[in-house]
Design a protein around this ligand. Structure first.
Ligand SMILES: Nc1ncnc2c1ncn2[C@@H]1O[C@H](COP(=O)(O)OP(=O)(O)OP(=O)(O)O)[C@@H](O)[C@H]1O
Length: 346
């Protein structure tokens, strides 16, 4: 096993800049990050939503150019000198229309080089319990995720970056996958960095754990199980994560009270003029004010809503006749929320 660190990060600070945004719109996602990861390690990134895990994995995968700091993978700048055996697997892949086409899984895997890694591919087909005759457009989310994992893992990777991709696997497949990854790190010296919010069944997996909050590392990658003298020694990962995230939130609330940061989460006590304007706007177009006088008026009513939809694209509706002649079912979507009501037709 190489003594060279798999990952070396120093003084990394990173901001997301919205396209076309002003410099003031930039969101600082990582602040002064410094750590190294030994080759052969399995590091778990623990942090609340928005802590910066995905941003870090994206940068490690060379998908973002950094503005400040050094990010080396196997001794080289990952953005300029991309390591050939780095694999990044994130959740967005499954959303891509290209992988939801009517293509048979065996063809799909061959089209991404499966024929070059037959032995490893077949091993993964067993672990991930994949049917080569599945069609990519006609399988469940978890089944599609299994195909993604097979695709990503069948080559001999040296660094694997996993961003929450085990979330839709069933527990048996997830367990088999974790054992496979463990074997890869032990037998081949491969390295894994894994961001997840699901901690059950994970206690025996990591060699290191890290705690991220607000783009910073509260605890740099630290050997797991924790040192017996540590506060959390003996606790499960789930208990530790719960405690860390609770203290993160308590700290934020404390800082908000002390005026060190603006309060942006939760209900607003002082309605801004904008909120008042929005309230009167939404009240005006609130579906609840619609009354349907009789079944014969339904098509007229539907026309009313549909014509509103063209002016207000967040509104859409459908009307379902029910077996009863005195009631109709109405579904109205405002943005992505669906409100269903059964209306009495009088
Ligand atoms: N494209 C973007 N533009 C602007 N800000 C962003 C963008 N992507 C992420 N952010 C912000 O950067 C910060 C870090 O986000 P990131 O996605 O890295 O968090 P995360 O720890 O992966 O969260 P989660 O657990 O929800 O996946 C957050 O404040 C987030 O709102």
């Amino acid at each position: 096993m190489s003594s060279e660190p798999a990952v070396e990060i120093s003084s990394l600070t990173f901001s997301h800049s919205p396209p076309g945004g002003r410099p003031n719109d930039a969101v600082v996602a990582l602040r002064d990050v410094n750590f190294t990861l030994p080759t052969g390690s399995r590091t778990l990134l623990i942090g609340g939503n928005g802590a910066g895990k995905s941003t870090l994995l994206y940068i490690l995968a060379g998908k973002r150019m950094i503005q400040q700091g050094i990010v080396n993978v196997f001794g080289k700048d990952v953005f300029k000198d991309f390591p050939p055996n780095l694999v990044y697997l994130g959740t967005e892949w499954a959303m891509n229309a290209g992988v939801r086409r009517d293509i048979v899984v065996s063809d799909f895997l061959n089209s991404v080089g499966g024929y070059r890694h037959k032995e490893r591919r077949d091993h993964l087909l067993d672990i991930l319990d994949i049917d080569l005759d599945w069609h990519m457009h006609a399988i469940s989310d978890g089944e599609r995720r299994r195909v993604q994992l097979c695709m990503g893992l069948m080559g001999e990777w040296d660094l694997l970056l996993l961003d929450e991709v085990t979330v839709d696997l069933d527990v048996l497949v997830r367990d088999g996958l974790l054992n496979f990854l463990k074997d890869e790190t032990v037998n081949r010296g491969a390295t894994v960095v894994y961001a997840t919010h699901i901690f059950d069944g994970l206690n025996d997996f990591p060699t290191h754990i890290a705690h991220m909050r607000d783009g910073s590392f509260v605890l740099n990658p630290t050997p797991w199980p924790l040192n017996p003298s540590s506060d959390n020694a003996g606790s499960t990962l789930h208990a530790i994560a719960l405690q860390w995230l609770s203290s993160d939130r308590a700290l934020r609330i404390q800082e908000e009270k002390e005026g060190k940061r603006a309060k942006t989460r939760g209900p607003r006590t002082n309605a801004a003029p904008d909120d008042v304007n929005r309230e009167s706007f939404y009240k005006k177009y609130d579906y609840k004010i619609v009354r349907i006088p009789s079944l014969s008026h339904v098509s007229h009513w539907e026309h009313y809503i549909l014509s509103s939809s063209s002016s207000y694209p967040f509104l859409s509706t459908s009307i379902q006749p029910l077996p009863s002649t005195t009631h109709i079912g109405v579904s109205i979507w405002i943005n992505s929320r669906c409100f269903r009501r059964v209306f009495n037709c009088y």
